[in-house]
Write a protein that binds this ligand. Structure first.
Ligand code: PRP
Length: 213
């Protein structure tokens, strides 16, 4: 097994915070990721290259060993399964909560509920564990609209400030999970490239602790 380490990062909102943490751990891209259309980047740490991909794709790359290590939201891991991956570190970035929400004043009418969400697996599990029959409707965005248009009774969505829900007449009900970005590691790489991977985990653990001190 080569000792080259491929590190898959989630692009989008969490990338900036991820790069700040990586820099603290001595891993800095050799060019400006924000102003590039490239997907693979060299970096200051010898033998480490960075991939910048969709969060949903990070577990796939890491599970198959196409990347050795990655950064991805806990919401993605809960929805798509974190099987075949180690999850050694909570990076504590992009913190939010995954919640159910309904129009202000809504009360459940029966043991059946219509749920609009892009987190269909999480929603199915959550309601099944409570013995509630959920008709889960898959949406790709603007979940807050669904109750207003009578497409659903409740939604399952990410809540950060709560502003989006409030602005659309919804109130959060149950916290399903606390979400933040996690480090994930390919199991075979953890064995075969142990020293290099453990070095990255240790450096990031120190960077997280220093940031939170
Ligand atoms: C998320 C989520 C809510 C919003 C919550 O959407 O789906 O719409 O953020 O944030 P708030 O509680 O601070 O208002 P995001 O902007 O990530 O886009 P998405 O619809 O692509 O998920």
């Amino acid at each position: 097994m080569s000792t080259e380490i491929t590190f898959a990062l989630t692009k989008g909102r969490i990338l900036k915070e991820t790069l700040r943490l990586l820099a603290e751990a001595g891993i800095e891209p050799t060019e400006d990721i924000d102003n590039s259309r490239k997907l693979v980047f060299g970096c200051s740490a010898p033998g480490v290259r960075l991939l910048v991909i969709r969060g949903l794709d990070v577990p796939t790359y890491v599970r198959h060993g196409a990347a050795d290590i990655g950064v991805v939201g806990k919401d993605v891991l809960l929805e798509n399964g974190g099987e075949g991956l180690y999850e050694p570190l909570d990076l504590g970035i992009a913190r939010c909560r995954l919640m159910t929400a309904a129009p202000v004043g809504w009360t459940p009418g029966s043991s059946r509920v219509r749920v609009a969400t892009k987190f269909t697996e999480i929603a199915r599990r959550f309601f099944a564990e409570r013995g509630v029959h959920a008709d889960v409707i898959k949406l790709y965005g603007a979940m807050e609209l669904a109750p207003m248009m009578n497409l659903a009774d409740v939604i399952v969505d990410i809540v950060d400030t709560g502003n989006t829900m409030r602005a659309n007449g919804l109130e959060p009900i149950d916290v399903i999970a606390d979400i933040s970005s996690r480090l994930v590691v390919n199991k075979a790489a953890m064995r075969g490239k142990h020293a290099a991977i453990q070095g990255i985990i240790d450096a990031l653990t120190v960077a997280v602790a220093r940031r939170d001190a």
